[in-house]
Design a protein around this ligand. Structure first.
Ligand SMILES: [Mn+2]
Length: 345
């Protein structure tokens, strides 16, 4: 695998870590497998170097990630205020994982973090990093932050001591950010990286089941309802739109996050190019969460930037709208119309 760190970055990283005894790890709001996988791997890696590590999430993460090494120690930024404040006050280094700009941590945590003058390191794979950090290791061409971390470990010569627990965490992030290697996963060196992870003896099939075979009956019935009753299919535009209100979600006794992955499913219909999923936020009234997925060259990130106050990756992006569901549906239709040239045959 080619090196991803420049000589200067290598030196800067060594300096940042060398001076830091207490390290705080942070990830984005609504943490996913890559966010928690990154924090888990970094916690283990840095502890292996003798560091005191505290990992903080802005808000709770899904239960299917709870089995990851060190996940049970992660502090909740929206609940454990005292412990979070203490960890931030004691920190000699703050490491931001899997996000490109402080606002992705949510207002509360962002404010606390940006108030501190502690040196900051960002490791990420989202486009256009924008954060006041001493060192930004940003690689949008890589599939996940976990892949970035593994490549950093290789460049720094830390991979020789790669443990099975670290590999498990890193594999989880790579797997979840690529839909189990079904998108954003054509680069050959992804498989070199996986090969390296497998040499530690991890069971990737078990990791797959632990992450993906964990659904409740409610989720399945909600999925059935949404696909049957709430999915609009625009054949000529090769596009689907699914919408879900809180009331509909609660009817199936499912938690927030139970719809994870739903947006990918319409793309399994032959010829589909774009899937849009609108759902009411579980907490903030009048906020509509937007997820988009596409195949091939359709630019979800451009659509999300132009219409949904968001962005992300070409084939997987998101955003949000402050309006009613009916209004959001209208915006979605405008977005689809504006991109119709790219969607039609
Ligand atoms: Mn990621």
């Amino acid at each position: 695998m080619q090196k991803i760190l420049t000589r200067n970055q290598t030196i800067e990283l060594r300096t940042l870590l060398g001076e830091a005894r207490n390290i705080v790890l942070l990830c984005h709001k609504n943490p996913d497998g890559d966010a928690i996988g990154s924090m888990s791997a970094m916690t283990l890696l840095l502890r292996g170097m003798g560091k005191q590590v505290t990992a903080i999430v802005p808000n709770p993460f899904p239960d299917f990630l709870r089995w990851l090494p060190t996940a049970d120690e992660i502090l909740l930024g929206d609940r454990q205020h005292l412990k979070v404040n203490n960890a931030l006050r004691r920190a000699h280094l703050i490491v931001m994982l899997d996000f490109n700009t402080p606002s992705r941590m949510g207002d509360l945590l962002m404010q606390k973090v940006m108030e501190t003058t502690v040196p900051k390191l960002m490791i990420d794979h989202h486009l256009n990093p924008d954060a006041p950090c001493q060192l930004v290791i940003s690689h949008p061409e890589l599939c996940s932050t976990c892949e970035v971390i593994l490549r950093v470990m290789c460049d720094m010569g830390w991979d020789a001591k790669l443990t099975a627990d670290e590999a498990t965490a890193l594999y989880t992030g790579m797997m979840t950010d690529t839909g189990a290697f079904t998108y954003a996963s054509n680069r050959p060196d992804i498989y070199e990286a996986i090969s390296l992870l497998l040499t530690t003896g991890i069971d990737k099939d078990l990791i797959y089941r632990r992450v993906f075979f964990t659904h409740t009956e409610g989720r399945f019935r909600l999925l059935g309802f949404l696909l049957y009753e709430k999915m609009e299919v625009m054949d000529e535009l090769h596009t689907t739109l699914i919408t879900m209100t809180n009331e509909e979600r609660l009817r199936f006794h499912t938690k927030n996050g139970a719809t994870e992955g739903f947006v990918n499913m319409p793309l399994e219909m032959e010829g589909m190019r774009l899937s849009i999923f609108l759902r009411e936020d579980s907490e903030q009234k009048g906020l509509i969460r937007v997820s988009t997925r596409s195949v091939d060259d359709f630019p979800c990130n451009e659509m999300c930037a132009r219409f949904f106050n968001g962005g992300g990756h070409k084939n997987a992006s998101g955003g949000s709208l402050l309006m009613s569901m009916d209004e959001a549906i209208q915006v979605a239709h405008q977005a689809i119309e504006a991109f119709s040239d790219k969607l039609k045959d």
